[in-house]
Design a protein around this ligand. Structure first.
Ligand code: PRP
Ligand code: URA
Length: 206
C-alpha cells in the first residue's frame, strides 16, 4: 500500500508553524488539530462507500455513506493531539488507546497500555504524529490487525524514511498518510529536520 505525502498549500503552512521552535503549546495544539483534519480528508478519500438515496427539499437524488465502521486509535501520548479532529468529522467513531514509550537512550518503544474497541471488519485510523524508527507504529499496527481490523491507515505529521520503510516491510497493506517525509534520523533517533519531541511540545513537558 502506498505512502501518501500531502501536497497541499495549507498543510505545508500548518506544518511549518509546527516545526517552528518558537511555537508554544497553546498554538501547537490547534495547529495539530487543523493538520489532522487535512490528513483525515486524505485518509478517507477512497474508503468503500454504499450507495443510498436521499430526498432534498426538491427531489430524490443519489448519495453515499461510508460502508465500514471506523475506529480511531491514538498512540499515547502524542496521538491524543490528533483525536478530537477525527471525532469532530466522524462522530460515530469508536476509540481505542495504545500506550507506547520510547526508551530515551535506545529509542526502543515498549507498550504500557492497550484498550481497543471491537475491530473486526473495521477501518482503523492509527494516530501518531511522529514515525521515527517505526517501532511504536509497527507494534501498534500489529495489535490492530491481530484484533481483526480490515484495514489500517496511519495518520502522521512527519515520517522518517527509516520508519516508513520498516512499516511498509512489516505491513505491506498498511497505508501511511503523512504531511512530510523528512530526511533522516539523528544519532538519538529524532527526525531531521523534524519538529522535536511532539508530546513535549503538545503538552509543555520540556
Ligand atoms: C514518540 C512519538 C511516537 C514515537 C515515534 O513518542 O509520539 O509515538 O515517539 O518513535 P518511533 O517511530 O521510533 O517508535 P514517545 O515514545 O516519545 O512518547 P510520548 O508520545 O509519550 O512523548
Ligand atoms: N518522537 C518525537 O516526538 N520526535 C522525533 O523526532 C522522534 C520521535
Amino acid at each position: 500500500m502506498p505512502l501518501t505525502v500531502l501536497e497541499h498549500a495549507l498543510a505545508k503552512q500548518l506544518l511549518t508553524r509546527l516545526r517552528d521552535e518558537t511555537t508554544p503549546p497553546d498554538q501547537f495544539r490547534p495547529l495539530t488539530h487543523a493538520l489532522t483534519q487535512i490528513l483525515l480528508v486524505e485518509a478517507t478519500r477512497t474508503l468503500p462507500v454504499r450507495e443510498l438515496m436521499v430526498r432534498t427539499p426538491l427531489e430524490e437524488t443519489a448519495g453515499s455513506a461510508l460502508r465500514e465502521g471506523i475506529s480511531a486509535v491514538p498512540i499515547l501520548r502524542a496521538g491524543l493531539g490528533m483525536l478530537n479532529a477525527v471525532l469532530e468529522m466522524l462522530p460515530e467513531t469508536h476509540v481505542g488507546y495504545l500506550g507506547m514509550q520510547r526508551d530515551e537512550v535506545t529509542a526502543i518503544a515498549t507498550s504500557y497500555y492497550a484498550k481497543l474497541p471491537p475491530m473486526t471488519g473495521k477501518t482503523a485510523l492509527l494516530l501518531d504524529p511522529m514515525l521515527a524508527t517505526g517501532g511504536s507504529a509497527s507494534w501498534a499496527a500489529g495489535e490492530l490487525y491481530k484484533a481483526g481490523a480490515e484495514r489500517v491507515i496511519l495518520l502522521c505529521v512527519v515520517a522518517a524514511p527509516e520508519g516508513a520503510t520498516r512499516l511498509q516491510a512489516d505491513f505491506p497493506a498498511l497505508h501511511i498518510i503523512t504531511a512530510s517525509l523528512d530526511r533522516q534520523l539523528d544519532a538519538r533517533r529524532y527526525i531531521l529536520p523534524g519538529l522535536g519531541d511532539f508530546g513535549d511540545r503538545l503538552f509543555g513537558t520540556f
